[in-house]
Design a protein. Structure first.
Length: 112
């Protein structure tokens, strides 16, 4: 897990987080504490409760077929896909990219 303290500057931006029910979220309470947020878990087989997540999964499937072994891809390739998706404008973000929104929010959250 990345350094949990790196989330502290984002605490003013996050109040709630909706997670999938996967075992990879077992330590969600640490993130709750770091952000001062409350976690919720989507109901099983209720993809509409995680719309952005499901949309992102669809975008990822363009590069990684469902069930593929991610260990067969280089870190550089995976990073290039991550960069492409984070720089892709989204209608939901008024045609800004997730990276632009994150950068703006992070700058606002940092102490002067």
């Amino acid at each position: 897990m990345p350094d949990i303290h790196s989330l502290h500057p984002l605490a003013v931006r996050g109040h709630t987080i909706t997670w999938d029910n996967g075992s990879e979220f077992a330590e969600h309470a640490l993130i709750d504490i770091a952000l001062g947020a409350k976690s919720y878990f989507a109901d099983p087989y209720s993809s509409w409760q995680r719309g952005s997540n499901e949309n992102t999964n669809g975008l990822l499937r363009q590069y990684f077929p469902k069930g593929c072994d991610l260990s067969t891809f280089s870190e550089a390739y995976i990073q290039s896909i991550e960069d492409k998706l984070n720089q892709r404008p989204r209608k939901r973000l008024r045609f800004h990219s997730p990276q632009q929104i994150f950068d703006k929010s992070f700058k606002r959250a940092l102490p002067n």
